[in-house]
Ligand binder design. Structure first.
Ligand code: HEM
Length: 199
């Protein structure tokens, strides 16, 4: 990415200025107007080291690119953070479960682990969506990189709001039906496997 899509990389890391020894930035509030990122947690030299195996390598910041060729920095940076956070959170929960299994050969008796596993359930999906946002929002404003802008590729489609609203309503309705059916199924199963019936 550093070689092929350097503006996307700069947005991912909220790197406004070209820097030797560029840090990795986690979180924070990127501000295009002042070209600064406040309140971020930084790992000094992290980005240079990741990109070039050298702590003092120079990394191009957004200032190298015309302002109208920048992607939405906040969206790209925060989505990247959400993806990486999800990945590391799932890794941590998996490591925790592995540790407990190794020490005690049981998982079901650790309510906090079970809660963490439930909480981690959606994270894989969250990471996939966030990763997709990084890729697609990060390559803006281009639909074909440096050849055609997305704005020039839009096909006029009057009345597109109608199918959008109709399909959204349909999917919300179907989601409700699925939840209701699953709930009923689980409640019925719960009754069939109660201690009285299994005895
Ligand atoms: C843990 C650290 C992670 C790092 C450092 C990382 C890094 C990246 C990078 C750099 C991109 C952008 C690629 C591009 O635009 O060319 C990306 C995209 C993506 N990532 Fe991650 N990722 C991480 C975790 C995850 C996890 C845990 C998932 C899913 C469970 C995930 C799913 C995706 C997806 C679906 C894309 C979009 C790919 C595409 O549309 O081409 N990532 N990731």
């Amino acid at each position: 990415m550093g070689r092929l899509q350097p503006a996307k990389l700069a947005a991912m890391e909220a790197l406004y200025h070209t820097e030797a020894g560029a840090p990795l930035r986690i979180g924070g509030l990127p501000d295009d107007a002042t070209r600064t990122t406040r309140y971020a947690l930084t790992i000094p030299h992290g980005l240079s080291w990741l990109l070039a195996d050298q702590a003092d390598a120079t990394v191009a910041g957004l200032e190298e690119f015309p302002r109208n060729n920048w992607p939405e920095v906040r969206i790209v940076h925060w989505s990247f953070d959400v993806m990486v956070f999800s990945g590391f959170a799932m890794l941590a929960v998996a490591g925790w479960a592995g540790w407990i299994w190794w020490r005690r050969r049981t998982l079901a008796e650790h309510p906090w682990l079970l809660r963490a596993l439930v909480a981690a359930g959606p994270l894989g999906f969250v990471a996939i969506e966030a990763g997709w946002v990084v890729t697609e929002a990060g390559r803006q404003p281009w639909i074909i990189y440096h050849v055609m802008r997305t704005a020039d590729a839009v096909t006029p489609m009057p009345g597109i709001a109608v199918p959008l609203v109709a399909f959204t309503a349909l999917y919300l309705f179907l989601a409700g039906v699925v939840v209701a059916l699953l709930r009923r199924l689980f409640l019925e199963t719960d009754e069939t496997v109660s201690p009285a019936s299994s005895a």
